[in-house]
Design a protein around this ligand. Structure first.
Ligand code: LP5
Ligand code: MN
Length: 247
């Protein structure tokens, strides 16, 4: 198998044209060399339904990538969990569950967005249960777009206010939750995003070494990918004009 790329937390929005261009350059210049691309949540800064199409240029670039033969799998994040079948069909991408277990060179690897691991953030987990309720989502999606935009903006504002009051530690993962999920899935490698604290964390799981790899969020001029190729792993920068491309 060729390369597998992992990215997350791009937070694309029409207000960030430089970031959009950075991502489209990545889709056109770097991603086609890979066999598969996994986006582990928060590709978009907010997604209020597939009937809204805030970034048609991103949709088209994803479609060109999948047409060229790179398999693209997208996981929901806490901001774009309403990405649905219509978006998947239009882009040729596959929506994957959180958590998602994959095999890479026979190594089982667990993929998550990461918010489910933040179990100390009780207010967020309560909020999450409410907005992930299918009935709540159905009612939301039935509302006019203008109303949905207002609701999303209000959530964003209230979330920002809440986060300003939260100690940093409760917005990170809970290590018992990490061990529990890795043990349940039978993996020694977990890859996730969400916390914007990119790092490789070595841990011990039932007396054996394990690894939790946290992906980097993207800024207007710099992104980062985690690359798996022939049993090896590396982090690779992606900067404006493709300067981070090593090939
Ligand atoms: O993403 P990030 O890092 O900024 O913050 C998250 C948590 N915040 C969120 C909220 C999102 O940013 C809101 C974006 C929504 C866009 C999509 C709209 C679609 C709505 C569909 C409805 C069906 O996820 C933040 C965490 C932080 O990560 C770190 O993990 O702390 O969580 C919060 O701040 C949540 C607050 O603690 C509680 C927020 C209260 C909001 C209002 C409650 C109303 C509930 C009504 C439910 C129907
Ligand atoms: Mn997130």
């Amino acid at each position: 198998m060729g390369e597998t790329l992992f990215i997350s937390d791009l937070h694309l929005s029409p207000q960030r044209p430089a970031l959009i261009q950075l991502f489209i350059d990545f889709l056109e210049q770097r991603a086609p060399a890979a066999t598969q691309l996994f986006v582990l949540g928060d590709l978009f800064d907010a997604w209020i339904g597939d009937d809204d199409d805030p970034l048609p240029e991103v949709r088209a670039a994803l479609k060109r990538l999948t047409d060229r033969g790179t398999r693209c799998s997208i996981m929901h994040g806490n901001r774009d969990f309403l990405l649905g079948r219509r978006f998947a069909w239009a882009t040729g991408c596959h929506l994957i569950r959180d958590p998602c277990l994959i095999q890479l060179d026979d190594e089982p690897t667990l993929l998550m967005h990461g918010d489910l691991l933040c179990t100390d953030d009780l207010a967020y987990q309560r909020f999450r249960r409410r907005v992930r309720n299918p009935i709540v989502q159905r009612l939301f999606l039935w509302s006019p777009l203008s109303k949905r935009r207002r609701i999303a903006a209000s959530y964003r504002q209230r979330s920002g206010e809440a986060m300003a009051q939260k100690p940093d530690a409760i917005m990170d993962v809970n290590s018992a939750a990490v061990s529990r999920l890795m043990r349940r899935a039978g993996v020694r490698r977990l890859i996730h995003g969400h916390t914007h604290r990119p790092q490789d964390h070595a841990l011990e799981l039932d007396g054996l070494p394990a690894l939790r790899q946290v992906l980097c969020d993207w800024t207007d001029d710099r992104g980062e990918l985690l690359v798996h190729q022939a049993g090896t792993w590396r982090r690779e920068p992606w900067t404006a004009n493709g300067a981070g491309c090593t090939r």
